[in-house]
Ligand binder design. Structure first.
Ligand SMILES: NCCC[C@H](NC(=O)CCC(=O)O)C(=O)O
Ligand SMILES: NC(=O)OP(=O)(O)O
Length: 314
């Protein structure tokens, strides 16, 4: 595996899930593998889980992780080709990414979308500039349109809680939020869940249709209570409108998942990538109850990252 940016195939997905589960059973199984290797974790946006779990994953492989909070500690980056840099930006991505590439064996990067320029976001422009100019294997720590490490951790979690059921029903439901939120987690969850062969139903208010690139093959059901019937896994996530790009079209509180919503899904487990805004996106009663898998998902972020770094090391 060269880069880890998107879902590639069911075979590779399964390999990564199996390897992650082996590392979960024996975290230091491959402690010698990364000796003498460095991974640079470059953040253009905030993070708790991704920042810490990726460092632990690297250390479990004997690698040295170095974190750079580029948004706070680095020079302001210019992304555009041919820019005359006479305003706020100090360093061009070409120069910064080239330097970082020379310092590290693997680069891991987080770059959220602007949610104002749909073309740039859809083409993952900022993330792509890093890949183009760093010359090293790149791991996505969440780009404008995908969050594959989260999705891999989610797949591991669903596998652990599938109870040997051949085809669990998986539902991705939109939840309310006060801010315009990226599509990356929802896109990737859909891409990976469909790619790994699950049945996926997506439910959201009208106007919140995701980019079809990620959802082809899913069932779209605008009626949330219908969508939730007999669900085995319910993934809760807010995202802003894709068609009316970056807009908040609804904050309807009736979409926030409570026990009442799951009356016809008595075995449903509930997932969220975190951070979660309690009692806005998802209720305390669900998050603190026995259905919640959110802490398990977060724990599995370590082993997802470890499997990915290990596969890139070869
Ligand atoms: N990395 C996981 C989620 C990151 C991001 N959440 C946020 O921006 C939350 C911000 C807030 O709640 O103010 C998202 O949903 O894509
Ligand atoms: N789920 C997730 O990526 O969390 P952080 O944004 O805290 O890294």
């Amino acid at each position: 595996m060269k880069h880890f940016i998107r879902f590639e195939s069911k075979e590779l997905g399964q390999e990564l899930i199996d390897l992650a589960r082996a590392y979960k059973a024996t975290p230091r199984l491959d402690l010698a593998k990364g000796q003498g290797k460095r991974v640079g974790c470059i953040f253009l946006n905030p993070s708790l889980r991704t920042r810490v779990s990726t460092q632990i994953a690297a250390q479990n492989l004997g690698m040295e992780p170095i974190v750079l909070n580029m948004d706070k500690e680095g020079w302001a980056l210019e992304m555009k080709e041919g820019a005359i840099m006479n305003k706020g930006t100090v360093e061009h991505i070409k120069d910064a990414a080239g330097v970082l590439g020379s310092y590290f064996d693997i680069l891991a990067i987080r770059a959220f979308p602007s949610l104002t320029n749909r073309d740039e976001d859809v083409n993952d422009f900022i993330f792509g500039q890093f890949v183009k100019y760093c010359g090293k294997p790149v791991v996505s720590l969440e780009s404008a349109i995908r969050h594959p490490l989260q999705s891999l951790a989610d797949q591991i979690t669903m596998k652990e809680y599938s109870d040997g059921k051949k085809k669990p029903k998986v539902v991705l439901t939109w939840g309310p939020h006060i801010k315009a939120i990226p599509h990356a987690v929802a896109n990737s969850f859909s891409e990976w869940t469909l790619g790994m062969g699950y049945d996926l139903t997506i439910t959201h208010p009208e106007g919140y249709e995701l980019d079809e690139v990620f959802t082809k093959g899913a069932t779209l059901e605008y009626n949330q209570s219908k969508a939730l019937e007999d669900a085995d896994f319910v993934y809760v996530k807010n995202w802003s409108s894709f068609n009316d790009y970056g807009k908040i079209l609804s904050t309807d509180p009736s979409w926030m998942l409570t026990e009442k919503h799951l009356k016809k899904a008595k075995n449903a487990k509930v997932m969220h990538c975190l951070p979660v805004r309690r009692n806005l996106e998802l209720s305390d009663e669900i998050l603190d109850g026995s259905r919640s898998l959110v802490q398990k998902q977060a724990e599995n972020r370590i082993y997802a990252a470890q499997a990915v770094l290990s596969s890139i090391l070869g």
